[in-house]
Design a protein around this ligand. Structure first.
Ligand SMILES: [Zn+2]
Length: 379
C-alpha cells in the first residue's frame, strides 16, 4: 500500500463533485482538503476534517494506514484529489511540528517522512531561487569540519558517485546557491547528523535543530578541486546542545568546559589556543624554538585566517598555528607565508627552503594557508 510523507501535499483536482452520485462523507473530506491543499501531516492529524469525515469507518481513529488507504482511493480510483510530487513541493523552513531536537530516525526514509529533510539522497534540501531549509551530514565530503555547534559544510556536486571521489569543481548552483540565499536572507537551516559522522548518533539519523549560515566561500578542497564551503552556527550554544543531545553523543565525545554562556565563545577560543600550544609543547612551528620565561614557556596560538572582520575565519584548530612571538608578529604582518602545497616557509631569508613543522594530530586546512598566501601576494 502507498505510504505518504508528512510533507507531501494534496489538493482538490479540477474534477467536479456530483452531489447526486457522491456520498456526503466523500464530499466532506474532499472539500476539506480544498483547492489550497493540505499536507499529509494536516490530513493525518487527530482532529483533521478528513478524519472527521471518516467517522463511520471502523477503526478510523488514530490509524494512519486507513488514511493512506482512503487518500489513495481519492487519488487513483476517483481522481478527486491530486497528489503533488514532493520534488516540486514547497520548501518548509524552521521547526517541523511533531519533531524534536535529538530525535533519532532509523533511516533517510523515516527522516524524509517526518518532513525534516524530504530528499532521500541529497545532503541539501534547497533550490537556487528559494534558499535551503535543511542539510544532512553523513560523511560524504572529506572537507567537512564539525564542532557540534559550528560546522564547515561542503556543498553538493563534483563527485563521481554519492560519497565518492571529488572529480570536478563545485559551483554555486542548485542547493549550493540555495545555501547562499539562506545566508543572504538569514533563513534557518535544519541540521541532521548521520551515524557516519564523528558527532552523529550510534545508529540512524539525529535531528540537531536549527543553524544559520554565517559565511560561505569557494575554496580548493583536499582533492585539489574547488568546493563550496558554508559556515553554519547553531542557534543554541554548546552547553545547550550537549545537554539536549546528551546520551546520543558518541562515547568518545569530549564535552566543552561548563562556562557561563555569555562568555562561552571567548572562553572556547582561549581553550583552543591552550590546546594547540600544548600539542606543540610551546615550540614554534616555524623555528622550533621553545621560549622559556621565569613563569613558563611562551608561545602564541594564532589563527591563520583571522577571526574578526573582514576575514571571518573560523575558530577551529584546523585554522591555527603555534608560533613564537617573533614569528607570530611576522605572520600577522604578512612578512612570510606558508605554501599550502608543501608547507614551505616563504619570505624569510634565514629560513629558505625550511618547512613548517606539523604534528600528525594537527590537521591544518590548506584553504586557510591559501588565504594568507593570497594576502601576502596581494601586498
Ligand atoms: Zn618562531
Amino acid at each position: 500500500m502507498k505510504e505518504y510523507k508528512n510533507s507531501d501535499r494534496f489538493k482538490r483536482s479540477p474534477k467536479p463533485i456530483r452531489e447526486n452520485t457522491h456520498t456526503s462523507d466523500h464530499i466532506e473530506r474532499w472539500s476539506w482538503i480544498g483547492e489550497e491543499g493540505k499536507t499529509f501531516a494536516q490530513i493525518n492529524a487527530p482532529d483533521s476534517g478528513y478524519r472527521k469525515a471518516l467517522i463511520n469507518v471502523p477503526d478510523y481513529q488514530g490509524n494512519t494506514s486507513i488514511i493512506n488507504h482512503h487518500l489513495t482511493y481519492d487519488i487513483e480510483k476517483v481522481g478527486m484529489i491530486k497528489f503533488e510530487d514532493s520534488s516540486k513541493q514547497d520548501l518548509i523552513f524552521g521547526h517541523i511540528e511533531g519533531t524534536r531536537l535529538g530525535q533519532i530516525f532509523n533511516s533517510r526514509k523515516e527522516l524524509s517522512n517526518s518532513g525534516i529533510h524530504a530528499p532521500l539522497m541529497h545532503g541539501i534540501w534547497g533550490r537556487a531561487q528559494e534558499g535551503a531549509c535543511s542539510i544532512v551530514l553523513s560523511g560524504g565530503y572529506e572537507d567537512d569540519i564539525d564542532k557540534l555547534d559550528y560546522i564547515l559544510y561542503t556543498g553538493q556536486g563534483g563527485q563521481d558517485a554519492p560519497g565518492g571521489n571529488q572529480v570536478a569543481d563545485q559551483e554555486f548552483t542548485r542547493g549550493n546557491k540555495g545555501l547562499m540565499l539562506s545566508k543572504e536572507y538569514r533563513l534557518p537551516v535544519r541540521v541532521t547528523r548521520g551515524f557516519q559522522v564523528e558527532n552523529g548518533p550510534e545508529e540512524g539519523y539525529r535531528y540537531d535543530g536549527l543553524y544559520y549560515v554565517t559565511e560561505y566561500e569557494r575554496v580548493r578542497g583536499k582533492s585539489g578541486f574547488y568546493v563550496c564551503r558554508f559556515y553554519l552556527e547553531s542557534e543554541r550554544n554548546i552547553d545547550q546542545l550537549e545537554e539536549e543531545l546528551g546520551e546520543t553523543l558518541p562515547d568518545n565525545y569530549v564535552p566543552a568546559e561548563r562556562i557561563e554562556s555569555t562568555v562561552k565563545k571567548i572562553n572556547r577560543n582561549i581553550k583552543l589556543r591552550e590546546k594547540i600550544k600544548s600539542m606543540y609543547d610551546y615550540k614554534c612551528q616555524v623555528c622550533g624554538v621553545r621560549l622559556e620565561k621565569p613563569n613558563g614557556a611562551i608561545a602564541i596560538g594564532a589563527h591563520i585566517k583571522g577571526l574578526g572582520q573582514p576575514h571571518n575565519g573560523p575558530d577551529v584548530i584546523e585554522n591555527m598555528l603555534c608560533l613564537c612571538p617573533n614569528h607570530h608578529d611576522q605572520f600577522d604582518s604578512l612578512s612570510f607565508y606558508i605554501d599550502p602545497s608543501n608547507l614551505e616557509i616563504v619570505g624569510l631569508k634565514d629560513l629558505v627552503g625550511k618547512k613548517l613543522f606539523v604534528n600528525s594530530r594537527h590537521n591544518i586546512d590548506a584553504n586557510f594557508l591559501e588565504y594568507q598566501k593570497k594576502r601576502y601576494l596581494d601586498l
